[in-house]
Write a protein that binds this ligand. Structure first.
Ligand code: SAH
Ligand code: SF4
Length: 404
């Protein structure tokens, strides 16, 4: 695939964040089939020399083997002529992200450290529950935003993940859970959240193309109602996310005043709370049956007062939002500048929101012991000293402030 497709689409004329770097093309020139739509595969086969009718048939067969059966070896695709298999294999590949490390938490949460073919590390998490299994998928290596409470935001190296690398995470999880051929009944992997590393709306095209494959009935076949995309508030891309992807929306709100949100979620300096909530009100498909989730990390003495809770209720009512609030106890990481709110504070906050008729569960942290909980994802290659982190944070801050 061309390197251009991995460049970060920049919404708006001026963007306050550094741009993700492009990927390095595969050294052997072969094309990855995972992440391509059926039409793109057909075109690629035609360009390589197949007759149009043949190309159409082969594209359909390849898709079936890849997404329905989980097969990565072309010689196992029994309805593709033996004589043609080497021809395909010399031009195309079907690969999974490389697994560098797999860990299991005492609570059953699993985390995988993955590596792209050009050597960048990223993570994926699986969270089993009694009635569901949720895969937390990354959209970028690192993140160009630097929410002050998020470990991923301190990663320096950022590259957008390709559709193949996003779909590849789901395929790997299916491999690990032994869920091929894909049958919707009794599956462990039932839900997907775009809540791993990165800001999915800063990698819009790739995330959209990947999720289309995940949602396609002939693809991985997960319903859009079981997929949630979380954004820190990239307002200009939210309408397109609703129209072109149509999955559930989660918004990392985390604060109700400009001063606090500017500090902890710096993208707020560009797209403020009112703009963000208006974009939520306009989000297509949001209704009482499909609510927007507001994520709210509980930071001690920062955003956790009763007054904050009441303001949150006021804002949700003011914009008439079909909303639920997820209260996330802050997950600590080495060198973080914040502490988690006390359990009493969290209870008090939750009950104020709840009393207003808005569901406000406190999310139990999962996989903390293996650094798999929200905001803890950061690959070991990137784990640095406190002095380094401070310097990087200062640099990012200076970059932000240098923008008009
Ligand atoms: N970039 C997207 C997707 C990440 S989702 C976004 O920001 O929405 C992960 C969720 O965990 C977000 O709501 C994020 O704000 C939150 N989070 C980040 N760091 C955290 C931490 N240390 N403790 C608890 N939640 C955190
Ligand atoms: Fe990026 Fe989300 Fe972390 Fe903010 S919370 S730094 S947007 S991954």
């Amino acid at each position: 695939m061309s390197a251009d497709t991995s460049l970060m689409p920049i919404p708006g004329p001026i963007d306050p964040v550094p741009v993700a770097r492009p990927l390095t093309p595969r050294a052997d020139g072969r094309v990855e089939l995972i992440g391509l739509s059926k039409d793109q595969i057909r075109t690629a086969l035609e360009t390589a020399g197949l007759e149009p009718k043949q190309a159409k048939l082969r594209a359909k067969q390849l898709w079936h083997w890849i997404y329905n059966r989980g097969v990565g070896d072309i010689t196992q695709m029994t309805d593709i002529a033996k004589a043609q298999q080497p021809w395909i294999a010399s031009r195309f590949v079907i690969t999974r992200p490389a697994v560098i490390e797999a860990q299991v938490s005492t609570d059953g949460t699993r985390k995988w450290l993955l590596r792209t073919h050009d050597g960048h590390d990223y993570e994926m998490v699986f969270i089993p529950d009694a009635d569901r299994g949720t895969l937390c998928v990354s959209s970028q290596v690192g993140c160009t935003l630097n929410c002050r409470f998020c470990h991923t935001g301190t990663m320096r190296l950022v590259r957008n993940l390709e559709p193949s690398e996003i779909v590849g995470q789901v395929m790997l999880a299916r491999d690990a859970l032994g869920e091929w051929p894909s049958a919707p009944d009794g599956r462990m992997l039932t839900n997907i959240v775009m809540m791993g590393m990165g800001e999915p709306l800063y990698n819009f095209d790739n995330v959209r193309d990947a999720l289309k494959i995940v949602m396609d009935g002939d693809g991985l076949g997960l319903s859009k109602r079981r997929i949630t995309l979380s954004t820190s508030g990239v307002v200009p891309m939210m309408a397109r996310a609703g129209a072109e992807i149509g999955v559930n929306l989660a918004v990392s709100l985390h604060a109700v005043t400009k001063a606090v949100r500017d500090e902890i979620v710096p993208i707020n300096r560009k797209y403020g709370i009112d703009e963000l909530l208006q974009a939520c009100a306009d989000y297509p498909g949001a209704n009482n049956a499909r609510r927007i989730t507001f994520e709210y990390v509980m930071l001690r003495d920062k955003n956790d007062s009763d007054a904050d809770a009441r303001e949150l209720v006021r804002l949700i009512r003011h914009y008439d939002l079909p909303a639920k609030v997820n209260l996330i106890p802050f997950n600590p990481w080495p060198g973080a500048a914040y502490e988690c709110s006390t359990p009493e504070r969290i209870r008090s906050f939750s009950s104020i929101v709840f009393a207003a008729g808005i569901s406000a569960p406190v999310r139990t942290p999962r996989g903390r012991d293996i650094d798999a909980a929200c905001g803890q994802l950061k690959t070991s290659a990137e784990k640095r000293s406190r002095a380094d982190l401070d310097r990087l944070a200062d640099e990012k801050q200076a970059e932000l402030e240098a923008q008009p």
